[in-house]
Design a protein around this ligand. Structure first.
Ligand SMILES: *Cc1c(COP(=O)(O)O)cnc(C)c1O
Length: 396
């Protein structure tokens, strides 16, 4: 059969056609009125997409670049920081904070699990200058309780900053960032924004800007204060990724269209869409007797345990060979144990039903056991049918 190549990976995610066209035709120089207008419009729209009044910066780098910027701008060597980690991306916070000379206190939960707020409370001694966490841990599919964590951190007043890697969380998860008191939230272009890798962004609270006045870690390209000054004039400090800005502008227009002209509402529709795709996928996998890897699964992606004795690499390969569908294997120690199907951004009902139909064949072929065809699809259909209020899917 003809096979269409489709990404079901938690980044990069499928590209929005309108964004690809916008990107391909964009030629403006970055120090021109045309680009300045686009740049300013995108930054204003990004505030609405993120759902914050705080200043937003968009930089040319992958998500890890802005994670590094958060560490280098908000800490000084020797600062005590608390990293909440339950997966490969949490471990990245630890490595980054160590690279900048922080004294790193780690609160670790097992892969697939999340943290107890009481444990965070105990670890949060008065000398902790910043707390680093993921909103959704893409390596395990777990959702962390950002609201609960923020509540604990805010009991410390202005002394402790909360930095959230929401690179797969933004656009898939409900947040009230300003209301909860999150200081820095970080996202990346190749996730829910439906455009290629190459841009990463953050929103920064007043408390965090103040912290930057006194911190001494080295920074140059990722000096957020310098970027903020340039952004106020409608420019970036260095050459921006101009064509990606054009793509981002088109993607934000698309989200606005999903909200019938209201970008904040469009973001909600996008989040609902991810929630529904995720719920359908969880139901489908479980109907085939498969176990979910995360105890509190995110809407961003579904991590599914490989059946006993089967290397998940075999499942990943079977998806690719039979259907040209790219799903993700486990990362690091989790490689071979699980596979991950994403719902971030540009996915719809048909994608979800399709990948579950494919999963039935993939499972039969890679285990050699009989599969009840239609079981996963039926379970997903029932989820869809039960949720009429969530039926507003992404319309291109
Ligand atoms: C994708 C992702 C990142 C960023 O990775 P880059 O490869 O640097 O873009 C960071 N954290 C999470 C949770 C992610 O999903």
């Amino acid at each position: 059969m003809l096979r269409k190549n489709r990404l079901f990976t938690p980044g990069p995610t499928p590209l929005l056609p309108a964004a690809q066209t916008a990107m391909a035709s964009f030629t403006a120089h970055h120090r021109t009125a045309d680009f300045r207008a686009l740049f300013q419009r995108v930054l204003a729209d990004m505030k609405e997409f993120i759902g914050t009044q705080n200043d937003v910066l968009v930089l040319a780098c992958s998500g890890t670049g802005v994670m590094e910027a958060a560490v280098s701008n908000l800490t000084s060597p020797g600062d005590k920081v608390l990293v909440l980690t339950a997966g490969k991306f949490g471990e990245r916070w630890t490595a980054l904070a160590k690279a900048f000379g922080c004294k790193v206190e780690v609160l670790a939960a097992a892969y697939g699990e999340t943290f107890s707020l009481d444990d965070i409370h105990l670890k949060l001694t008065p000398d902790v200058r910043a707390v680093f966490v993921q909103a959704t841990e893409s390596s395990t599919g777990a959702r962390h309780d950002v609201q609960g964590i923020a509540k604990v951190v805010r009991t410390r007043g202005d002394d402790t900053l909360l930095v959230v890697d929401a690179i797969t969380g933004l656009g898939t998860t409900y947040f009230d960032l300003d209301g909860w008191g999150v200081d820095v939230i970080i996202g990346g272009s190749q996730k829910a924004l439906m455009i290629p890798p190459g841009l990463a962004y953050c929103a920064v609270s007043e408390r965090a800007w103040q912290r930057m006045e006194t911190t001494t870690s080295p920074r140059f390209y990722f000096d957020l204060r310098k970027e903020r000054k340039s952004a106020a004039k409608g420019e970036s400090a260095y050459t921006p990724a101009t064509s990606l800005f054009a793509a981002l502008g088109a993607a934000l227009e698309f989200v606005r269209g999903m909200g019938q002209g209201d970008l904040a509402k469009g973001r909600e529709v996008l989040v609902n869409n991810a929630e529904l795709c995720a719920e359908m996928t969880r139901a489908g996998a479980q109907a085939l007797g498969l176990k979910l890897f995360a105890s509190s699964p995110a809407a961003a992606l579904t991590a599914i345990c490989s059946p006993n004795g089967i290397d998940s690499g075999k499942i990943v390969k079977e998806f690719r060979d039979s259907f040209d569908a790219v799903v993700a294997n486990g990362q690091g120690e989790m490689k071979g144990q699980l596979f991950r199907i994403a719902h971030i951004g540009y996915y719809d009902y048909l994608d979800t039903i399709g990948i579950l139909g494919a999963l039935e064949h993939v499972l039969a072929r890679s285990t050699g056991k009989a599969v009840e065809y239609g079981a996963a699809v039926r379970a997903a259909q029932e989820v869809y049918a039960r949720l009429p209020h969530k039926r507003q899917l992404v319309g291109a």
